[in-house]
Design a protein around this ligand. Sequence first.
Ligand SMILES: Cc1cc2nc3c(=O)[nH]c(=O)nc-3n(C[C@H](O)[C@H](O)[C@H](O)COP(=O)(O)O)c2cc1C
Length: 172
Amino acid sequence: MDCIETIMTRRSIRKFKTEPVDEKDLMTILDAGRWAPSAGNLQPCHFVVVKDPAQRQQLKAAAFGQEALDTAPFVIVVCADPNRCEQYGEKGMTHFLLMDGANATENILLAARALGYGSCWMGGFSEKKVRQVLGLPDHFRVISVVPIGKADEDPEPRERRPLSEIVHWEQW
Ligand SMILES: Cc1cc2nc3c(=O)[nH]c(=O)nc-3n(C[C@H](O)[C@H](O)[C@H](O)COP(=O)(O)O)c2cc1C
């Protein structure tokens, strides 16, 4: 699958088959996250892989009971260390940090899609509770919680605003 097809056919998947994900594929998906661009190449992101069912239950509770965290064979939690971005001051530790985490998350979603897996970016969670469940340092930001596995649904594409409404040439 080429890059454009991967982007255009990715869908948020929230229902998963129980079959496990190949370890090699898992490492490729993580490596795609690692290769995301980051401001100044400061690379503040860490990826916590959660497979253990009891641990996934706790993540689910921290994410307002979102079922996908129960059913997906594994979950990648993308988090970021603001201290690595200190050289860019306040903007680096807030704005750039979140963008770096978003870049890594999108790479993970697309790599999963390209390798034949479904995934979903989940932002609905208590950051404090996710930190507790994973034992993250208090200053870390939790960017996204991403369940990944073989899709057990084939959702219709969600509507997008037309280009004519959102593209502006030369001036807004
Ligand atoms: C920042 C962010 C947070 C999101 N949080 C959730 C979430 O907590 N739960 C969920 O089911 N989907 C979540 N989504 C997925 C969106 O609902 C989904 O991307 C959007 O509806 C478009 O659908 P598509 O991804 O299939 O194109 C989130 C997406 C983003 C980018």
